[in-house]
Write a protein that binds this ligand. Structure first.
Ligand code: NAD
Ligand code: DAU
Length: 351
């Protein structure tokens, strides 16, 4: 079956893996990647697939209603997979407004465009909103987030994602827009922007720079390999129940300090350093304001209803990730220096 699918945020970390999965798995689908190419958008992430005939790129802002309306006229979309967002908690603490504009207002603009384009016949249409476990707030030592856990967002980032989730449900309830939502735990893997803990530490260990650990490093995150998130998105997009929510997690909890020590151990062996050498770079710094203590996801609905399970163990995934960064040091250097932004001008100026 042919379909035309809009993927927003496809030049970012998770979005680029979702775009790659869809353009390669479904040659009959036309995949339109819409991305504003903010600091987090990097088209180099897609250089292995960007000449495929079923891939198209559109540069634009989801919060620009005129642009989005015109895009829905230019293409006849059968589905939307919405990943575009401001995604970094620390940035949300210094500039909440950018998160409201993109994550809340931008999501509403997309919902509205989909509703207007599809309202005469919703049959076969789907708006998939990719969200986060952070909407559920923070856990103590016990318990897991379920799809029924009440929302309790605590950072400007999670408040903006929670609000966008509410808008998606409101469009389903009010206008009958066919929607599905997933809430995923922390992703890791290739192409992760090095402001986030794992790629930041890999980069800093490589260059013998301090590894900043917020507070005591006792906060817990549940880490999932990004390619397994992309697989879950594929399954939910195709087989998820209209109006439903699916939690996605790795069943893989680590305190930040244990995780960073694990990275140090792998990096020491890859860089032929004495074991314990990289750990000397660990530096405890001022805690993140309002730092959520623990996230942990119960993915049993997704596993039982759709048969998803992670394809790699954490041991495998983290080694694959370290090796990817060591083999792609030019990618990392271009991201850190800001030079990745020139890829768009070079590749798309005359297209
Ligand atoms: P990212 O920051 O790496 O990428 C975001 C992408 O969105 C970038 O390419 C950026 O250019 C684009 N973008 C930002 N604002 C835009 C706008 N106004 N219009 C169009 N494009 C815009 O983010 P990520 O880590 O890949 O996260 C993708 C999605 O998944 C987000 O919605 C995030 O909330 C969600 N999520 C992330 C994680 C995680 O661990 N990274 C976990 C669960 C859910
Ligand atoms: O849970 C899903 C969320 O995971 C996503 O919705 C977000 O988009 C994504 O950024 C991620 O949020 P976190 O805040 O958990 O990720 P981050 O990599 O920023 O931080 C992971 C943990 O490490 C967190 O407890 C804060 C801590 N940390 C982070 C950085 C950048 C440090 O101790 N030092 C650091 O320098």
């Amino acid at each position: 079956m042919t379909k035309t699918i809009l993927i927003t945020g496809g030049a970012g970390f998770i979005g680029s893996h979702v775009v790659r999965r869809f353009v390669t798995t479904y040659p009959n689908y036309t995949i339109v990647n819409l991305d504003a190419l903010t600091y987090a958008g990097n088209l180099e992430n897609l250089r292995d697939v960007d000449t495929l005939p079923n891939y198209k790129f559109e540069k634009g802002d989801i919060a620009d209603a005129d642009f989005i309306e015109a895009l829905f006229k230019k293409y006849t979309f059968d589905g939307v997979i919405h990943l575009a967002a401001e995604s970094h908690v620390d940035r949300s603490i210094t500039d909440p407004g950018a998160f409201v504009k993109t994550n809340v207002f931008g999501t509403m603009v997309l919902l509205n465009a989909a509703k207007n384009a599809w309202q005469t016949n919703f049959e076969g249409k789907r708006f998939y909103h990719v969200s986060t476990d952070e909407v559920y707030g923070s856990l103590g030592a016990e318990g897991l987030f379920l799809e029924t856990t009440p929302y309790d967002p605590k950072s400007p980032y999670s408040a903006s994602k929670a609000s966008s989730d509410h808008f998606v449900r409101a469009y389903h309830n009010t206008y009958k827009l066919p929607v599905v939502i997933s809430n995923c735990s922390n992703n890791y893997g290739p192409n992760h922007f090095p402001e986030k803990l794992i790629p930041l530490c890999i980069n800093n260990i490589t260059h013998n720079k301090p590894l900043p650990i917020y507070g005591k490093g006792e906060n817990v995150r549940d880490w999932l390999y990004v390619i397994d998130h992309a697989r879950a998105i594929d399954m939910i997009f195709h087989s998820g129940k209209n109006g439903d929510t699916y939690n996605i997690g790795g069943n893989n909890e680590w305190t930040n300090i244990a995780l960073v020590k694990k990275l140090c151990e792998i990096m020491d062996s890859r860089l032929n350093r004495a074991q314990g050498e990289s750990e000397k770079l660990i530096t405890y710094v001022t805690d993140r304001a309002g730092h959520d203590l623990r996230y942990a996801i119960d993915s049993s609905k997704l596993m039982n209803e759709l048969g998803w399970e992670p394809s790699v163990t954490f041991e495998e995934g983290i080694e694959l990730t370290v090796d990817w960064y060591l083999q792609n040091q030019e990618w990392l250097a271009r991201v850190v220096s800001g030079n990745y932004a020139h890829y768009y001008e070079k590749m798309y100026a005359n297209r």
